[in-house]
Write a protein that binds this ligand. Sequence first.
Ligand code: GTP
Ligand code: MG
Length: 465
Amino acid sequence: MSIPTYATIGHPNEGKSSVISALTENETIQISPTPGQTTSCASYKLTLDQEAVLELIDTPGFQNPSSILSWMDDWEGEESDLIQGFLSEFASDPDFHHDRELLSPLHGKTGILYVVDASRPLREVDRQEMEILRRTGLPRLALLNFKTDQRAYLPNWKEALSRRFNLIREFDAHEGSFATRLNLMDALAELTPEHKDHLQTIKSSLERDWDQRIQEASLVVETLWLRTLRHRYQTTLDAARPEEPQFEEAKESYREDIRGFERKARKEFCRIFQHSSLPQGIGKDSIFTQELFADKVWKVLGLSRGQLATAGAVTAGAMGAGLDVAAGGITFGVFTAAGLLAGGIGSWIGTPKLGAKKYPFPGGGSLGKEQIVVGPFADPQLLFVLLDRSLLYLQQLMKWSHARRDVEPFLKGLEERTSLSKTWSDQERKTLLKWIKTHKDPGHSTSQETSKAFRALILAKLRKL
Ligand SMILES: Nc1nc2c(ncn2[C@@H]2O[C@H](COP(=O)(O)OP(=O)(O)OP(=O)(O)O)[C@@H](O)[C@H]2O)c(=O)[nH]1
Ligand SMILES: [Mg+2]
């Protein structure tokens, strides 16, 4: 069976290609602020489970709507031959190249998506374009795209469109959120009822696919936590060099490892949501883009000291205790439950100091050489900061339209955000702290249980984003 095929048509530069890009999650479609970017028709497929389920045809913008309409007014042939008649008449006129390209794919197609930028005033050419499309006799859905926030012209647009279109829907190509895409499937089902069942199946598949992505993302978050929680950086102490700079180098290597874990998680998030060109963390002065260990980041993100002290002091202590065992009685992180409580419940002053210690290689081998060990980090706040930054990144990513080619606003949007985990309930925080307690060492008897609770919590949060 052939799949339903819709042509996006409209005036140049209104967002036709952007609509297709958002809908099919295709970042490679040419989109440009210069009108006339699309010069010939191109077919794009919506693919689910490796199967093309819907076809969209991108077309160039109208160039001569007034001439086309006058020509149509004079047409004396059958109405059903109108488009074919136009294409034959203007077959070799270079001035009508774009118009031919945009009308030629209409033959045998399921319907038309007429894309307009409804944030600008309505003009006579728009009415002419609408009238041309009406005369094609195909089912017509008008998509109101908004290139700016201006909505004053909306009533005019709606009034003119309602005379010539079967349906009118808003579709902000730059928002292009998941819900918007689902709504469009409903609109297409209404426009072309003969494909209703098929479109309904597409909608269900889209929902299932989205949920799988969210589940995968929650696993990535857990992996990031696990790697960070247990990470230790070890290196051999060079007896010929002073110790202090070597301690500092080791600490920086440890920090760089954790930054690497975070970068990897963001890369995974981008892969899951099919974005290949978004930055995974650049910029200078936001709680999101700034360096992970910056004081400001720790102050704004993660939990407050009070939240950590009340909900997690014991666990925080346990995190420290875990270190003592792991490292033969030496505590590397200076920040333990005692430190947390002594610090009171005010806000964070900054990142707690990271400890580095030296001790002999276990078993007395290596000819008396000593090693430097940094981590695991004793402070659970590191995990909460990472969690917040992951969720904030996902929040931005999940609603980032594939039609957007500008990276600056992606980073800017992140700068305006603040801690999510601070707003969670005591119970939710306890779930997370329990996870920490049971995962600091491998093989804890209840780690599967706490892992399940952790993922369920993250999943619920992601579904709400
Ligand atoms: N702010 C904003 N800009 C948009 C939106 N949709 C499209 N644009 C911008 O408008 C410009 C034109 O978008 P295209 O998708 O290339 O438009 P088109 O109708 O395919 O243009 P032609 O192929 O030239 O006819 C680009 O700079 C887009 O980024 C939107 O919803 N919001
Ligand atoms: Mg285009």
